[in-house]
Structures are given as C-alpha cells and as structure tokens.
Design a protein around this ligand. Structure first.
Ligand code: NDP
Ligand code: 2IT
Length: 449
C-alpha cells in the first residue's frame, strides 16, 4: 500500500469514528477522499502538513433552538443549524435548507461539498451551509414568517456580509429570504449583502432565480461542445420541480433539447410533448400546488403517483437530477444505462449514490458532479454580493454572460485537471482535485489557524 493510501485510510477511519451514524456526511467524504490520491502522490508536502485532516474539521458548527407559534396559537420548536466549514478563500457562503430531513449529517455534507464548489467558481467565497428540520409545506405565510423571524433572531449573531452570507436551498426561496432579511435588518440595520437570493426590489441580482438551472445547462452545453455536439434534438430526463428543475428545463428548451419529465416527492410527470414550463411555473411558483395537478391542464401527460422518475422506461440521452440527495441508486443508474443516457449532470447536491457513480463510470456515462455542475447558483450569489458592495445593479445580459463564462471555466478546469492527474474524462476527480488544491494552498499560506 502506498504512503498516500495509508494516510488517506487512517484519516477516513478517524472521520468514521468521530462522526459515526452521520451517513450522508460520511458518504460525501468517502466519495471525496480517494479522488485526491493522485494530487497527494504528486505533492507530498500537502500530506506532510496534514492539511487534509485540518480541512475536514469544520471551523465551527452552530446548533440552536427555533421556537415559533402556529396559527392556532400552539407553541412549536424546531432545530436550526449553521455549519461554517471553511473560510480560507472568503466569507462562509452557502444556502439554508428547510426540510424535515435536515440533520447535522445533512448540513455537514452540504457544507463540505460547498467548499469545493465555491472554490471552483473562481470567486472569493468560503464554504458553509445551514437550515432547519422545519417543513414549510402546508404552512401559512404567517407561520413561515414567524418561523423565519425566530430562526434569524438566533442566526444573526453569527452572520454578516463579510463573515457568512446565507442564501436559499430546498424549501427556502424568495419568500423565506425576504422574511429572514427583514428580521436581520430589524436587529442589525440595513446590510444589503448579508443574504443572497434577495427579491429584485431590494438588491437581489437578476438571473439569481434562474442561475442554478441555467448554469447546469450551460455546464452540459460546454461539455457537449467539447465533443462537437449540442443540445439540439436531445431527449432529456429531469427530476424535481423546484427552483433548479424549472430553470434547467427552461434553458434546455431554449437550446433546442426537449425535457419530458419532472417530479416531486409524491410522483412524476411524463409529458410526450415536452414539459410546459409556463404551466410548471404557475403550479409551483404561484399556486404552490402539487405536481399531480399538471395533467389536468395537459391531457396527454401522465402522472405516475408514488413512482421515482428514474424508473421511467422511455429513452433519454441526458439526465439532470434536480431534486435531492441519493435519489439515484445503482439500480436506477442501471436503468439510465438501459434507456440510453450518455450524460448525467447534477443540479441537486449528491443525488447519485457512490454505487450509482460507479455504474456511470463502468458504462462510460459522462458524469458532471453537483459541485461543478450546479455551481451556477452560488456563483451568481457571489455576483449579487459584488453588486451589493458596488451599490449598482447589473443587467440581465451582463449577469447571464458572466454565468455562462463561469460554467465554461468550471468545465474546463475539471476536464484539464483530470487530464493533468492522469484520470482523463473523470470530472469528479478533476473537480475535487482542483477545489482541494486551491483551498489548501490558501490554508497553508495563512498558517495554522
Ligand atoms: P426546491 O425546494 O425549490 O425544490 C425541491 C424539489 O425537489 C421539489 O420538487 C421537491 O419535491 C423535490 N424534493 C425535495 N426533497 C425530496 C425528497 N426527499 N424526495 C423527492 N423529491 C424531493 O429546491 P431547489 O430546487 O432549490 O433544490 C433542489 C436541489 O438543488 C437540492 O439538492 C439543492 O441542494 C440543490 N441546489 C440548489 C441550489 C439553489 O440555488 N437553489 C444551488 C445548488 C444546488 P417536494 O415539493 O415534493 O418536496
Ligand atoms: O447548494 C448551493 O450551492 C446553494 N444552495 C446555493 C448557495 C448560495 O449561497 O447561493
């Protein structure tokens, strides 16, 4: 066994002992650690300085009580989190997720991924993530407002425009960011740049709403262009029907491909004419309705209740998972192989299990990992911070062009880094090595802090 392999194994053992039972977190680390082997082989100084073990330890984890009152006057409580994982290259940056599955393990895995994603954007942002096990589904606007106010009453102690800048994620969109911003302002005064994903009327950035979905499709566009191919005529399967899915579908259609599916946690829609984006926006963004209502406006479409979109038996060329972690198991990945999928690019964070990624690799499916492919959202968040500091808004075209350029650079960085470290075509290794190299260089130059 090489010295590097021995070192990596000893670190993995320690991490497993210290974080036992945190399955999502350990999964993300298991996926990451082996991929940096070629980097450490070439740069043993990084191993001698033990920088990996230091990086793996989050700088700070905050957990807090969030008491709130429902519309019937009942007193309720949820758990709030913020993981401030790494600040070597900028203030902590990453979303807040409100979903019943949120736990320490989930926010730690998301915060860990965010470090490398943010590094790949080439912008000055460190890695963080937070959220709560609060479920906004079925809650009134007033209940969501009271929850957000209570959440921010505690979180505001730890964040700030140059310290930690949260944004949205699952269950946190413009409405929630608005209530969170109001609560922060009441306690601390007007600091535009303390949150991103703000509504446009008070210094949100144009294109932030679209950024993750558009960025994902730009990433795939550059990957296809690299092989002299394009989206034109491509059959695409998408999961999810939230922020990321909606704008990914919109951009695929703009570029000449067709998306036939979308999903939520209750089932999926197959539309033989391609998903009607205007209808989807109306259902999800305006009415906050369930996807099961889609076919009543599109009679040719079918809603498959209780089924995963990844069991679809139609044929597709490109798959864009945009819902949540671990939605594609090895069995479902095998189904994608059978359906003819050649490219999987992740809008969601860690939607593929490690075994699913191995299926992609065995079958030559090109795989764009979330930390590269979905970095467009946080990249435009960083552009929102830049506009807030300048106190000047940029045009839609300006931000959109910048996003496209950033996604091109991320693709090229992953591709070229994979080549440099003798794993050509392995964009996961490329993303991990490039992200790791930059953050650890910064850490080493700042000394042992
Ligand atoms: P939204 O809350 O807008 O939408 C989430 C979508 O995923 C909904 O359709 C939801 O269905 C579905 N979903 C959530 N949890 C589950 C589950 N356990 N099982 C099945 N379906 C589920 O979130 P976003 O679109 O913002 O986020 C989607 C993914 O993209 C997440 O992994 C997020 O971390 C990632 N991401 C988001 C970014 C952003 O800027 N928003 C940036 C980068 C990544 P239902 O309504 O039934 O819950
Ligand atoms: O996972 C992610 O990158 C996000 N949810 C976006 C984070 C951000 O700060 O915009």
């Amino acid at each position: 066994m090489s010295k590097v392999t021995e070192y990596l194994q000893s670190i993995m053992t320690k991490i497993e002992e210290k974080n036992s039972g945190e399955s999502e977190y350990l999964q993300a680390i298991h996926e990451f650690i082996p991929t940096i082997t070629p980097f450490l082989e070439k740069n043993p100084a990084y191993m001698e300085q033990n920088i990996l073990e230091i990086l793996l330890e989050p700088e700070r984890i905050i957990q807090f009580r969030v008491p709130w009152q429902d519309d019937q006057g009942n007193w309720k409580v949820n758990r709030g989190f913020r993981v401030q994982y790494n600040s070597a290259i900028g203030p902590y940056k990453g979303g807040l997720r409100f979903h019943p599955t949120v736990s320490a393990s989930v926010v730690k895995f998301l915060g860990f991924e965010q470090i490398f994603k943010n590094s790949l954007t080439g912008l000055p942002i460190g890695g963080g993530k937070g959220g709560s096990d609060f479920d906004p589904k079925g809650k009134s606007d007033n209940e969501v407002m009271r929850f957000c106010q209570s959440f921010m009453t505690e979180l505001q102690k730890y964040i700030g425009p140059d310290m930690d800048v949260p944004a949205g994620d699952i269950g946190v969109g413009g409405r929630e960011i608005g209530y969170l911003f109001g609560a922060y302002k009441r306690l601390n005064g007007y600091h535009t740049g303390v949150l991103t994903g703000k509504p446009l009327s008070y210094w949100g950035s144009l294109v932030r709403t679209e950024a993750t979905g558009y960025g994902l499709v730009y990433f795939v566009k550059h990957l296809l262009a690299d092989q002299k191919d394009s989206f034109s005529g491509k059959k695409v399967i998408v999961s999810g029907s939230g922020n990321v899915a909606i704008y990914a579908i919109e951009k695929v259609h703009e570029l000449g491909g067709k998306v036939y599916t979308c999903s939520d946690s209750s089932g999926y829609v197959y539309d033989p004419d391609g998903i009607d984006v205007a209808l989807l926006k109306e259902l999800k963004e305006v009415k906050r309705a369930r996807l099961s209502e889609y076919p009543s406006a599109r009679p040719k479409a079918t809603y498959y209740a209780g089924e995963s979109v990844w069991t679809s038996t139609e044929s597709y060329e490109i798959a864009l998972p945009c819902a949540t972690q671990n939605e594609i198991t090895s069995e479902l990945a095998q189904n994608l192989v059978t359906q003819g999928v050649k490219v999987v690019a992740e809008g969601a964070n860690m939607p593929s299990t490690l075994a699913a990624v191995h299926v992609y690799q065995e079958h030559g499916i090109q795989y764009g990992p979330g930390k590269a492919a979905n970095a467009g959202g946080v990249a435009v968040s960083a552009l929102e911070m830049a506009q807030n500091s300048q106190r000047l808004p940029w045009t839609f075209e300006q931000v959109d062009q910048e996003l496209d350029k950033i996604m091109a650079t991320i693709f090229e960085t992953c591709r070229d880094t994979a080549k440099e470290y003798a794993v050509p075509g392995d964009l996961l290794s490329g993303a991990n090595i490039a992200g790791f190299a930059k953050v650890t260089q910064a850490m080493i130059s700042q000394g042992l802090v």
